[in-house]
Design a protein around this ligand. Structure first.
Ligand SMILES: [Zn+2]
Length: 239
């Protein structure tokens, strides 16, 4: 049976921009991918006359195009863009998704990242999404007594084995994306309302080169990873 991977990000396009090269690589290795998109991306327009429902529709269409390139399923949680908080409601929704999909590996935002490249402030939705996900992985998704209403829905506890966080200021794992860099750029450009082809190529080539530099890779995506121990005390004891 294929291994299952779940991405959990705030906006349509976050998974592709942060981890698109890795996702293409893992899909080719046989991982079964599910993309969880927390908000509708309804603020993804600079036109005050844009109808919010039309923006959501356009972004879902774009997200479907990107998912098709990855052979991925998409789960939309329908939160409002721009005001995401790491609430218990969001934590429960993420536990529900993880107990349904039952992924071995989860890829998400690093909630500790405030600033990037000396150029911009990390979107608060990204930090909120990362925090909610980390708090859902431990301990809620694996504890039978947390969110008992999910048990009533037939959703049994699940143990996530690995959490991969990106973008991050504390990388420990690098994925070589040089062979799929062009494909990653095409994947991002599926979100045509947000990205223009020329700038996207230049920007994401530079970001991939910067991420790979520490490991002598021409193009990479870097992660802070957790290989979650089944028993923390025994793992710390070296057993
Ligand atoms: Zn985003």
């Amino acid at each position: 049976m294929n291994k299952r991977l779940l991405t959990v990000f705030a906006h349509p396009d976050d998974a592709e921009t942060a981890a698109g090269g890795s996702l293409l690589t893992w899909a080719a290795e046989g991982w079964e991918l599910t993309l969880c998109v927390i908000t509708d991306g309804d603020k993804g327009t600079n036109d005050p006359d844009d109808d919010p429902a039309a923006v959501v529709g356009r972004r879902r269409l774009e997200q479907s195009g990107a998912a098709a390139r990855l052979g991925a399923s998409v789960v939309y949680l329908g939160y409002e863009d721009g005001s995401l908080q790491p609430t218990l409601e969001l934590r429960r929704d993420l536990v529900r998704v993880m107990r349904r999909v039952r992924p071995q590996r989860v890829v998400a935002n690093d909630p500790t990242v405030w600033f990037r490249h000396g150029l911009y402030i990390n979107h608060p939705d990204h930090r909120a999404a990362g925090q909610a996900l980390v708090e859902a992985v431990y301990p809620a998704v694996k504890k039978v007594g947390i969110f008992p209403e999910l048990l009533a829905e037939g959703l049994q506890p699940h143990v996530v084995e690995e959490v991969w966080l990106t973008p991050t200021d504390e990388p420990d794992t690098w994925i070589d994306i040089a062979p799929v860099l062009d494909a990653k750029i095409s994947l991002i450009c599926e979100h045509a309302s947000q990205f223009s082809a020329d700038s996207t190529r230049k920007a994401f080539t530079r970001i991939a080169a910067a991420a790979g530099k520490a490991r002598g890779l021409a193009a990479a995506e870097a992660y802070r990873t957790l290989r979650l121990a089944a028993n923390t005390v025994r793992a710390l004891a070296g057993e």
